[in-house]
Design a protein around this ligand. Structure first.
Ligand SMILES: Cc1ncc(COP(=O)(O)OP(=O)(O)O)c(N)n1
Ligand SMILES: Cc1ncsc1CCOP(=O)(O)O
Length: 539
């Protein structure tokens, strides 16, 4: 059989042991094929050779009716006996070059890859290799992964960078289900080359479902639309953000956009849930109210889960590192419900516990916007240029802050906001510099946290604006709809302009009076004042 061109979009790995009680394996298989599975791997961990061959043969007969290729897990003999399209082997199975010799040039060979070292070794045997299965992305009940660290979407992205340009296809595997699929596809866009997955491999999401047809259809829709979005944006660096009409964008248009969001926020009063730290909670709720949104400061896992469909956006600020479970659920539900998710990793570089917590949270969900000072953004970017000192940034920041935010935005598939005397915002393509602000912002506690709250408010406004102007999601694979770059600019600009107006007031004598004046000036701020004072540059 000549080598076939496999569509890896939705790759079903079978597992008869995971079927729901009473569900027939072949019936489930056929339904999943009707739903849109594009390739099937027969994985039999408990069958003897005769039974494996029997199952593989019948599986192939059914798949042939749908023109869907079949691969065999581990067993070259079963592949040869049944005449399937190829095999999938693990790191400790038959060496790839030997497998190629045994099964011939035209058969497909897939290899499991668990880290970048294995990916580097895989590209050495690229002549023999057709695709890699990258995983486990997340915890899974379908395979004992022996306490190995799960990769998370960003770990998958690092591997995608290694194989870029080597003609090897890729799927991710492990703990993949509909709610985390957009996060995986967007969060794994490789930081250096914008390489993307060719598909996703699942066992339980389809096999353990009572409705495998629907399960497969749902996965397929998301993967297909992600691939469409990728094609549309070909040539641009980013496939994750809403880059509509950025060509020829100027500062005046940005300010107009901010004015528009101010209006939407006043009219719509979205709820913004904020899991934030004890130090700033009250001020954060007050600035939220002052700009026209409605704050909720809910943290309990059950409560944040139930609230998620009703909120406009969610902020996760781990300043006092409480409520980790609530943060996991709130972020995941924000992704599930396609709500903007702002992450403020306060003092992330200061302790190993904070670094580990940030990594754990980021393996759970995909932030839309990440905001931090120079030390925090430096830690997220794993840069040693700016060291962390408690919650404050030491020194004056980066030599080239624009490049730092742009690179991190690509790496994290999120808008990055770097705060400081001058603020920088990037979606991985465009960099915006904001030079507004008052020296008093450094003299009150939690000014950065409050800016994060306002970014979340305008992210909610931006999503609502999009939904008001469009009947439905234009592209279902996008995690969030609305212009999140503009929302980030709005949050920063409005906060810093209000701080200037507050600082100039006669009654402001120091940080205490400034703090309440700032809330008043946010409340009274008009689009005209923002326009007049805005110091915004596109770099
Ligand atoms: C597509 C895909 N990726 C990875 C694996 C895992 O294979 P392996 O590491 O050989 O483990 P077992 O599946 O044999 O338990 C896979 N099967 N498919
Ligand atoms: C075979 C395999 N290899 C890595 S994770 C995994 C199991 C994937 O199963 P599920 O999709 O149910 O998490």
């Amino acid at each position: 059989m000549p080598k076939i061109d496999i569509d890896y979009s939705v790759y079903l790995v079978t597992g008869r042991e995971f079927l729901p009680a009473g569900k027939d394996y072949y019936e489930s298989l056929e339904e999943s094929l009707q739903g849109g599975v594009t390739v099937v791997q027969v994985r039999e961990k408990n069958a003897d050779t005769g039974e494996f061959i029997q199952v593989a043969r019948r599986t192939k007969e059914i798949c042939d009716q749908y023109n869907v290729p079949v691969l065999i897990n581990d067993r070259i003999d079963v592949h040869l006996a049944v005449g399937t399209a190829g095999i999938h082997i693990g790191q400790t199975d038959c060496p790839i070059s030997l497998a190629r010799t045994l099964i011939g040039e035209d058969a497909i060979i897939g290899l499991s890859v668990r880290n970048t070292d294995e990916a580097n070794r895989a590209i050495e045997s690229k002549e023999s290799l057709d695709y890699i299965g990258i995983g486990a992305v997340w915890e899974t009940g379908s395979k004992d992964i022996k306490g190995r660290k799960t990769l998370g979407p960003d770990g998958v992205g690092e591997i995608l960078d290694v194989i870029q340009g080597h003609g090897i296809k890729s799927v991710a595997i492990g703990g993949i289900h509909l709610p985390n699929l957009p996060q995986l596809l967007h969060g794994s866009v490789s930081p250096l080359n914008s390489n993307t997955l060719d598909g996703v491999a699942v066992i339980s999401d389809i096999v353990a479902s009572l409705h495998p047809r629907e399960a497969a259809t749902d996965l397929r829709e998301i993967v297909d639309s992600f691939k469409r979005a990728k094609r549309v944006l070909k040539g641009q660096q980013s496939v994750f953000s809403i880059l509509q009409g950025r060509d020829g964008l100027n500062e005046d248009q940005l300010i107009k956009g901010v004015e528009g969001l101010m209006e939407v926020l006043q009219q719509e009063t979205p709820l913004v849930n904020q899991l934030t730290n004890k130090v700033v909670m009250n001020d954060s709720a007050n600035v939220t109210l002052a700009v026209g949104a409605s704050p909720i400061m809910s943290t309990h896992p059950r409560d944040v889960h139930d609230l998620s469909p009703a909120i406009g956006a969610c902020l996760i600020n781990f300043g006092t590192v409480d409520d980790k479970e609530g943060m996991k659920v709130a972020g995941r539900q924000a992704n599930v419900n396609r709500k903007p998710l702002v992450f403020d990793p306060v003092a992330v570089g200061a302790t190993s516990y904070r670094r580990e917590t940030a990594a754990e949270l980021l393996a759970h969900w995909q932030p839309t916007i990440i905001k931090g000072n120079a030390a925090e953004i430096g830690a997220m970017a794993e840069s040693t240029e700016v060291m962390s000192r408690g919650v404050d940034a030491a020194g004056s920041g980066f030599k080239d802050p624009g490049s730092v935010v742009k690179a991190l935005a690509r790496k994290r598939a999120a808008i990055i906001v770097l705060t400081g005397p001058t603020d920088y915002i990037s979606d991985g393509s465009l960099v915006i510099k904001v030079s507004n602000g008052s020296h008093y912002l450094e003299k009150i506690t939690g000014s950065g946290c409050q800016a994060g709250s306002l970014i979340a408010c305008y992210a909610a406004a931006s999503r609502i604006k999009y939904l008001n102007e469009n009947d439905s999601f234009e592209d279902d694979s996008q995690l969030v709809q609305g212009d999140m770059l503009l929302a980030s600019l709005a949050g920063i600009l409005i906060y810093t302009v209000a701080s200037e107006v507050a600082a100039e007031r006669q009654d402001v004598k120091g940080p205490g009076t400034f703090r309440s004046a700032l809330i008043d000036e946010l409340y009274n701020l008009t689009p005209e004042v923002v326009r007049k004072r805005a110091k915004v540059e596109i770099l």
